[in-house]
Design a binder for this molecule. Structure first.
Ligand code: CMP
Length: 141
């Protein structure tokens, strides 16, 4: 039995604007993942730059930043067994046009840049990404 793990999820602007917050959170709750942190905020440029620093220089980077900056997003901390891999499976492939039906992107999205949701792809990514959106005290509680 593997230990409990946390992961970071970001509901992107289209998810918020289209009224899909409840739909997406409900899927995580039904799966058995526990919400350990949840906040809506306006994405500042500096936060977007930190979240996507690994993509700096790629051809989609500028568009990606402009799609999320200054828009409302929802940051979520989830906890559960194998949370990182479980959530990655639930969100589906990066491109919603290729994501399997049954996944969040496969069922709810079509746009590649604003693809509904972001989730950490490893424990290391979680450790780097979560503090961009949550204070240390919020991560520990
Ligand atoms: P996300 O999981 O947030 O991680 C990086 C993001 O970059 C990805 O989701 C998409 O929003 C975006 N992205 C990745 N590849 C491309 C691409 N080829 N064209 C446009 N956006 C992309």
């Amino acid at each position: 039995m593997s230990a409990l793990e946390k992961t970071f999820v970001l509901l992107k602007p289209s998810c918020v604007e289209r009224g899909l917050i409840g739909e997406v959170i409900s899927r995580f709750e039904r799966k058995g993942l526990i919400i350990k942190g949840l906040k809506m905020m306006t994405m500042r440029k500096e936060m977007a730059e930190r979240l996507y620093e690994v993509h700096k220089g790629k051809e989609f980077y500028d568009k990606l930043l402009s799609v999320v900056t200054g828009k409302r997003v929802v940051a979520i901390l989830l906890e559960g067994r194998e949370a990182v891999i479980v959530v990655r499976k639930m969100i589906g492939a990066t491109d919603p046009a290729k994501a399997e039906p049954g996944t969040i992107r496969g069922d709810l999205g079509l746009d590649l840049t604003d693809n509904i949701i972001h989730a950490s792809d490893s424990k290391e990514s979680y450790m780097r990404e979560a503090p961009i959106f949550f204070d240390e005290s919020e991560l520990l509680s």
